[in-house]
Design a protein around this ligand. Sequence first.
Ligand SMILES: [Fe+2]
Ligand SMILES: [Fe+2]
Length: 305
Amino acid sequence: MKSPLNQWYEKAGVRRDPRRVIGQDLESGKTLFPEAMIPYLDHPLVRALGPDERFRIVARHLYQYLHFTMHFETSVVNRATERIANGTSGLGVATGMRLDAYKIYCDEAYHALYSLDIIEQVRGATGIDVPAYDFMPFLSQLDGIGAQVMQGEPLLSQLLQVVVFETLVTSILKDVPKDPMVVTTVRDVVRDHAEDEGRHHAYFSGFFKELWTDLDPALRERSARCLPELVLRSLAPDLAPVRNSLRLAGLDKDGVEQVVADAYAPVQVREQIRNSARHTVRLFESVGVLEMPGAEEAFAAAGLV
Ligand SMILES: [Fe+2]
Ligand SMILES: [Fe+2]
């Protein structure tokens, strides 16, 4: 099979794309992030804060997205990708696939670099402070699922994490580049990122098929039960920075909790997760994950099928 990364030297963003630099269009009334994708922005309590606070809230939403990306790429995706690349994944991965994993490793490091670069550029252009961002709670929660469901198999949990995340199709990567109201530089970096991720998606779909074939039946069964929860936790919105941003905008504690409860109602959150995860779930179905004992029920309980 032809590798999805066989033209990496010519096509990868880190090899080909220019550094994206914030231009003049911050001043022409554009937004830093698609406003319709910020679920709390049009809440009456937030709207009442006025247009200047609104702009700062949007900027902090962009910061939050980029900070998450920066940490996720290096702490989650590259943690597992390195193991595939350096030959310590415990699987008999062919050399070509290991070389491809190092290409992905370079891509993700570059995505982390330009995520922080854009944060700093936006801070410079707008003067809006960048709140501290703590990725550890998210990472501990994500690793916690593995520790519970896949006891004694931390490496397999990490490989499954990366498969799940790299085969999800998030609406941000898909929709931000198309939104003409968003600052061009932001659209450009998200488009750059989405192009690389298209190749990663294909790679990790192939990788998962090999991984699944390699697992013994007992581990397959445990993995199948772990995957729905992994999908849910990978895509659950990180609400700590949202709360922090709303406090900085001047809402009191009760106001913040009300906005969060209204904007992130469980039914809507589930619906969005199901939508982003549909390709991943189809991949699982294609190799027989859902035929394992208890799997169909676990996927249904998570609202994924
Ligand atoms: Fe990436
Ligand atoms: Fe990726």
